[in-house]
Design a protein around this ligand. Structure first.
Ligand code: AMP
Length: 219
């Protein structure tokens, strides 16, 4: 199963990617999580990425392509992967095609999570993320059992710096300018499968499953 999850910030890609990855035993390749880890560790990648991430801008394509190539070459990605937050530009989509060609693999499907902008803004404003395992909660829609503490691993939850309203607006503009063309790129290749991401997480997961079942059957 080789899948790309596309959609604006707050569309539910991370939540659904984690579920799918657990269910199929494949890695969730979340480029935003990888960059935040790199920033926390102070690595060279983290130092390069910080200024972009903090402003809600995209990290340059060559950096991201190198990160993803490195990740997809690891043995655990041989059975498949779910790409969450990548590709975000046309150059990244083309670079991914080229990488998969070199690896002798191809994508099964691209799932587009469609969510109205007001919903995205509301979701991001109440979002709390686990500092250790990356699980995501929402203070109204899916609150943790104890406020500020991760249900899964007991670590502290934080609000992402880039979930502040000014940065969210910039991220949405960047999505419209740079990532929307990626939607058309995959539509033109017959790989795009839109799902209604505004439903509750179980209903969205079912819609994703239905898409993927169908894709695997037609192959
Ligand atoms: P996310 O967690 O997916 O919302 O990503 C958080 C931030 O990381 C984004 O706003 C970008 O600054 C950066 N980022 C994540 N994935 C990419 C990517 N594929 N290309 C460029 N920048 C990215």
């Amino acid at each position: 199963m080789r899948v790309v999850f596309l959609g604006p910030p707050g569309a539910g890609k991370g939540t659904q990617a984690r579920r799918l990855a657990d269910r199929y035993g494949i890695p969730q390749v979340a480029t935003g999580d990888m960059l935040r880890e790199a920033m926390a560790s102070g690595s060279e990648l983290g130092q390069r990425a910080r200024a972009y991430v903090e402003r809600g801008e995209l990290v340059p394509d060559d950096v991201m392509l190198a990160v993803v190539e490195d990740r997809l070459r690891r043995p655990d990605a041989e059975r498949g992967f779910v790409l969450d937050g990548f590709p975000r530009t046309l150059a990244q989509a083309e670079g991914l095609d080229d990488l998969l060609r070199r690896l002798g693999r191809r994508l099964d499907a691209v799932v587009l999570f469609q969510v109205p902008e007001e919903t995205v803004v509301r979701r991001l404003a109440g979002r709390w993320t686990c500092t250790a395992c990356g699980r995501v909660f929402h203070e109204s829609y899916s609150p943790p059992r104890t406020p500020g503490v991760c249900d899964a691993c007991g670590s502290p939850l934080v609000q992402r710096e880039d979930d502040r309203p000014e940065t969210v607006r910039r991220r949405l503009a960047v999505y419209a300018e740079q990532t929307a063309p990626v939607v058309e790129y995959y539509r033109a290749r017959g790989l795009l499968h839109p799902v209604d991401g505004s439903q509750d997480p179980d209903a969205v997961a079912e819609a994703v499953e239905a898409v993927l079942r169908h894709r695997v059957e037609v192959r």
